[in-house]
Write a protein that binds this ligand. Structure first.
Ligand code: G3P
Ligand code: MG
Length: 239
């Protein structure tokens, strides 16, 4: 992988979803390490802002993935870090994951929580050996990130995310100037939609794909990347 994002160039890429969420507790160091050990060169993770620090956690509640209970906004950073996120590991900080990532790893940072754009914009400048893509369902937060890096000589690739097909092209238009990809949910990743988006100039990524046949089909339709909980099982499909 070169320094430029593989999503800016040719080829089909497998992105480890929340690390390798099907192999180890999601968004933990074990999950990211599992992905890297098996040769996965691109990972996705979700970030939340707690006390102006970025933690890697998908939900705004602790219940599903940690030993804690309740909303993360009710806890201090130190308290949040005392809970077990799996394998007796704490919820990682974004900086910890980035420090451990092999050189040239593509890291897709998903702005999951509120007020994450500015912190992420500052963070990506600290790791020139990594390649970043920033995504979000929250298009306002993504636009904020886009504005913050407007004068950057090497703007980070953006990927607006969509669960539903309705208005995708119109809503994603705001990011066309800087965006390189658009991420559409499994249910709307039809051959026709992929073709429409590709013809309009978008590089299409699809989440979450754990089946090799489905991934191969999407690749053949022109999809540029899939997010997978079992990235090691799909790696042979990369081109
Ligand atoms: O970026 C793809 C995927 O991570 C978006 O959905 O809910 O897994 O964060 P979610
Ligand atoms: Mg995500």
């Amino acid at each position: 992988m070169t320094k430029s994002s593989p999503l800016l160039t040719e080829g089909f890429v497998i992105i480890g979803h929340r690390g390798a969420a099907g192999r180890a507790p999601e968004n933990t160091m074990s999950s990211f390490r599992h992905a890297w050990r098996s040769g996965v060169r691109a990972i996705e993770l979700d970030v939340q802002n707690v006390e102006e620090e970025l933690i890697v956690l998908h939900d705004d509640s602790l219940d599903r993935t940690t030993t804690g209970r309740g909303d993360i906004s009710d806890f201090s950073l130190a308290e949040l870090r005392s809970f077990d996120a799996g394998n007796s590991e704490p919820i990682p900080l974004l900086g910890e994951v980035l420090a451990a990532a092999p050189e040239s790893t593509l890291v897709n940072i998903e702005l999951k929580g509120r007020d994450t754009a500015a912190l992420v914009a500052a963070e990506v400048t600290r790791w020139p050996q990594l390649v970043f893509m920033v995504s979000s369902f929250n298009l306002r937060e993504l636009a904020r990130f886009d504005d913050l890096q407007a004068r950057s000589r090497q703007p980070t690739a953006l990927a607006p995310l969509f669960h539903y097909w309705r208005m995708v092209l119109k809503r994603a238009e705001r990011f066309r100037a800087r965006g390189v990809s658009i991420n559409i949910g499994n249910a709307i990743a039809t051959e026709r939609h992929v073709a429409q988006l590709t013809e309009a100039g978008w590089k299409v990524c699809v989440y979450t794909v754990n089946d090799a046949e489905r991934a191969a089909q999407l690749r053949d339709w022109g999809v540029r990347a899939v997010f997978s909980d079992v990235p090691d099982a799909l790696l042979h499909l990369e081109t």
